[in-house]
Design a protein around this ligand. Structure first.
Ligand code: ADE
Length: 247
């Protein structure tokens, strides 16, 4: 899967994503993460990418031209690789603008995006981006939560991390995305490693029993109990989904 991140701060994004699991996945070719510096695409001879807002008000706004040209540069690459026209590439490719005004990011959205071959993420800064270019290129508006950050870089990194780990081959143990938190709408059960007793606390006896069916049942119970206690909102959804499935 190819991720293209349009940003004014490419080093920040690459430093965060080029290490650990994602760095390894990129080296092995399971994912490609490319940043495009929006500033490289401005036609302004002083390298300016922002200006005052019409109608007044505090702060500067990112202008449409450099954002649009950074986007078309990416489309050009996608079209060449996929042997299609740029207009076909535009039709095929989702463009995510990360903004507090978007839909709140969730695991099911990560799963859906992980099915794409290409994904473009657009990071805003200052007071945002000229509405006209957003109308023209953005397909999805996504927020990572109800708080305001200084820019879209951290949210874009959060999205890429959550999506990339679902791409086949990125994690060695594909099982770990099946049993983990949120997979079936439940939080993950508690886990233990050696030693059997630590600070006087024993590992639950059932996990030492070697009875896999019992272990699975215990883990499921723990997941349900935990979800009910820590995330009553998720628990309600889980119950409703189960009821619907049984009907
Ligand atoms: N940009 C600034 N704050 C944000 C947030 N909470 N989610 C996504 N993008 C943002």
């Amino acid at each position: 899967m190819y991720f293209y991140i349009l940003t004014l701060f490419p080093e920040m994004v690459m430093q965060g994503l080029d290490t650990s699991i994602l760095g390894r996945a990129a080296k092995r070719g399971h994912i490609v993460i490319e940043t495009v510096n929006i500033r490289d695409h401005t036609l302004d001879k002083h390298g300016k990418v922002d200006d005052y807002t019409y109608g007044g008000g505090a702060g500067m706004l990112m202008q449409a031209q450099p954002v649009y040209d950074a986007y078309t540069a990416v489309l050009h690459q996608i079209a060449a690789r996929r042997q299609m026209t740029e207009s076909e590439a535009a039709q095929e490719t989702r463009v995510v603008y990360v903004t507090p005004q978007g839909r709140t990011f969730r695991q099911d959205m990560a799963q859906e995006f992980a099915g794409e071959e290409d994904l473009i993420l657009l990071c805003g800064h200052y007071e945002g981006i000229d509405e006209r270019v957003l109308e023209e290129i953005v397909t999805d508006y996504v927020s990572i939560g109800d708080y305001v950050l200084t820019g879209g870089e951290l949210p874009a990194m959060v999205l890429v991390d959550a999506i990339a780990r679902l791409v086949p081959g990125v994690l060695h143990n594909a099982d770990s995305t099946v049993t983990e938190t949120f997979h079936d709408g439940l939080l993950e059960y508690p886990q233990y490693s050696r030693p059997e007793v630590w600070h006087g606390r024993r590992v639950p006896e059932i996990l030492l029993s070697g009875d896999h069916a019992k272990v699975d049942a215990w883990r499921h119970e723990q997941s349900v109990e935990r979800t009910k206690r820590l995330r009553p909102d998720l628990y309600e959804t889980y119950l409703a989904d189960r009821e619907r499935a049984q009907r």
